[in-house]
Design a protein around this ligand. Sequence first.
Ligand SMILES: Nc1ncnc2c1ncn2[C@@H]1O[C@H](COP(=O)(O)OP(=O)(O)OP(=O)(O)O)[C@@H](O)[C@H]1O
Ligand SMILES: [Mg+2]
Length: 365
Amino acid sequence: MALVKIKDNLKGMEDQATAIIVCDKNLKIQYINPSAEILFELSHGNALNEHIELFFEDIDFFKEALTQAKKKQSSYREHEYFIKTKQNKTICVSFTITPIEQNEFDFIVEFIQMDQQLRVAKEERMFIQQQANSELLRNLAHEIRNPLGGLRGAAQLLESELKEKSLKEYTQIVINEADRLQNLMNKLLTPHQLPVYKKTNIHEVLERVRSLVLSEFPDNLELIRDYDISLPEFIGDREKLIQAVLNIARNGVQAMSHNNTKEKMNLQFITRAESQIVFHKKKHTTAIRLDIIDNGPGIKNELLDKIFYPLVSGKETGSGLGLSLAQNFITQHNGMIDCSSESGQTKFSIILPIENNLKINGVVK
Ligand SMILES: Nc1ncnc2c1ncn2[C@@H]1O[C@H](COP(=O)(O)OP(=O)(O)OP(=O)(O)O)[C@@H](O)[C@H]1O
Ligand SMILES: [Mg+2]
């Protein structure tokens, strides 16, 4: 990081997703940004004028790295380094030391937590793959839709010409299967309809899903709501969000109802506020977190990594589109979905940034 007028740039560091520490010649901390405060669970006030030893127990190693960086007049980078925080938590980081020539300041250290780095890389891969998949499927769906209409029409004509009733059974199969495929094609093409953005309340979305799920599965289902009603409204496409949550909730209930145990089916909707959360390479100051939890049998291990891909299903009659659509809709809101599952508890978490750059009556920026 080439920082000449470091003091002017301190303000710019406030919003950085990476943790940044600035020190003077005596290795005393002069500034830490909010991301560093979160990462090290340490306030700026408490860090001020502390020795860098606070983070680098092996201070000789650190001094050597700093000397190297100064000698080469470039950044020194270490990819895997363990730091013990004041709360005795060990975190794995990659860090960069950059010398700066200023009276007051001497060098900057930037930290990225390793699991965060891995997660960002994984997210990016998934995002690219998801876009490629969805493009391919959309083209395929377009190609299949037209001849399918022709096939169905021809089967209907044939049926009207058939004298023998028993033969109509076959034309009916053609018609029914064509309808099923048509349905699937329609679902594949839905995510590409333009979203309609309005001021949206997450709890209205959840209440709608709740009534739909309860009317679909009225028996033996307990739906627990744990809402943080202070959550603000945000700009979103209400219908798409309902569809996304419904797809997840429906999967949960379907899984629980196939559970052989006599346990009561229990589905939970939990909403909370999240702050300073990093994903899609951006730090979001405030976001809504929605957890949808079921007490079903859990997702099979071999499926867990693939459930968000289209056409992946663990069910005999499933089309494998529910979660892929849900992910598409949440991505349109610049949000993300995550899943963790074990026998007896499956949790889908949706994170929706409150400031998401979406505009009423507009499209994604
Ligand atoms: N809560 C859950 N518990 C157990 N398995 C789940 C859960 N959610 C998803 N799955 C697994 O993930 C697979 C993919 O889900 P997805 O909703 O994408 O497709 P589907 O339910 O099979 O079909 P569709 O939703 O299109 O009718 C499911 O078939 C199921 O095996
Ligand atoms: Mg489903």
